[in-house]
Structure formats: structure tokens, C-alpha cells
Design a protein around this ligand. Structure first.
Ligand code: ADP
Length: 170
């Protein structure tokens, strides 16, 4: 299944895929980092649709249209804020991947791109988060054939190299 997982470096808003995943916050009303970039690129209509969703719990996922983005859909998921590993952060992060992929399957999405959820403002250690991402995506692909390609999008060379290394060892 590893051949269906592709690591890319760059801006997730530029990707031509069926769906991009947003590392949102519980309000779903926009924020910094990848969330800000997605809202800027998608345009004001995205915020309008997000308002109607009435927020999202940590580990859950909700879908909207993608408006001015190249993608067709945005799947908004809320990663955990990293504290000290004792607050089920690993499990909540795993749920973000599982729930986003389940939603993608339901929507008949074939190609999907994830940012490194929770590894920016939310402070999740990058290597730990990447291992969880690779494990959950692989688990999903083993049992579901509907999704053809999953892109793990990294901002910067060091995140890219680490993700390649972790995927290679998996
Ligand atoms: P969180 O609040 O879940 O930590 P952030 O947006 O702060 O979300 O960061 C999540 C990850 O997304 C970080 O690794 C950050 O480097 C990366 N990132 C930020 N902007 C982009 C973008 N435009 N495309 C892809 N990845 C991005």
C-alpha cells in the first residue's frame, strides 16, 4: 500500500487533488498556518460555508466545497494540541486521519492530500505525528481500495526528508 502514499514538499493549496485536508481549529472559522492559507486561497465563500457547520470537535472531520482552490473538496479536521503525551494526543491525531479518510471514502474521493496535522501551532512533535499519519493512512489503504492516492504534504525540506524517511522504514 506504500506505493499509494506520496510525500510532496510545498503548499497544499496548490495541489490538484479531489480533496485537501485542513488542519483547522474547533471553531472552523479560520486561523493561521495551513488553515489561513486554505481560506485565503479558497475565498470568502469557504468561511461562509464553514459558519454553517457550527464547529468541529477534536479528532472529528467535516467536509465543504473548495471554491477557488484547484481541489474539489476541503475536509476540515481538528488536531489535538500537544501537551505532554498524557492527554490521548496520539489517539486524537489518529482519529483525524481515520475520520478524514472515512469522509473521503463516503464522498467517493480518489485523491486526497494531508498537511502535517497538529505539527505547527499545536506543537505535536513532527516525527511522532508523522509515524501516526503513515500508520493510519496505511491501515486505511489496506482495508479500502476506493482511494487511489494519498499525498502527505510537507512544508520545508526538513519535514519532507523526515516524512520520506519514516515512510521508507514503515
Ligand atoms: P496545527 O494548528 O494543526 O498545528 P498549522 O497550520 O499550524 O496547524 O501547522 C500544521 C502543519 O502544516 C505544519 O507542519 C506547517 O508547517 C504546515 N503548513 C503550514 N502552511 C502550509 C501550507 N500552505 N501547505 C502545507 N503545509 C503547511
Amino acid at each position: 500500500m506504500k506505493n499509494k502514499i506520496i510525500v510532496v514538499e510545498g503548499d497544499i493549496t496548490k495541489l490538484q487533488v479531489d480533496a485537501i485536508v485542513n488542519a483547522a481549529n474547533r471553531s472552523l472559522l479560520g486561523g493561521g498556518g495551513v488553515d489561513g492559507a486554505i481560506h485565503r486561497a479558497a475565498g470568502a465563500e469557504l468561511l461562509e460555508e464553514c459558519r454553517s457547520l457550527k464547529g468541529c470537535e477534536t479528532g472529528e472531520a467535516k467536509i465543504t466545497k473548495a471554491y477557488n482552490l484547484c481541489a474539489k473538496w476541503v475536509i476540515h479536521t481538528v488536531g489535538p494540541v500537544w501537551r505532554d503525551s498524557t492527554c490521548q494526543e496520539d489517539e486524537f491525531l489518529a482519529r483525524c486521519y481515520r475520520n478524514s479518510l472515512a469522509l473521503a471514502k463516503k464522498q467517493e474521493i480518489k485523491t486526497i492530500a494531508f498537511p502535517a496535522i497538529s505539527t505547527g501551532a499545536y506543537g505535536f512533535p513532527m516525527d511522532r505525528a508523522t509515524k501516526i499519519a503513515v500508520k493510519e493512512v496505511n491501515n486505511f489503504l489496506v482495508t479500502n481500495s476506493s482511494i487511489e492516492k494519498v499525498f502527505l504534504v510537507c512544508l520545508g525540506q526538513s519535514a519532507y526528508k523526515m516524512t520520506q524517511r519514516i515512510l521508507g522504514k514503515f
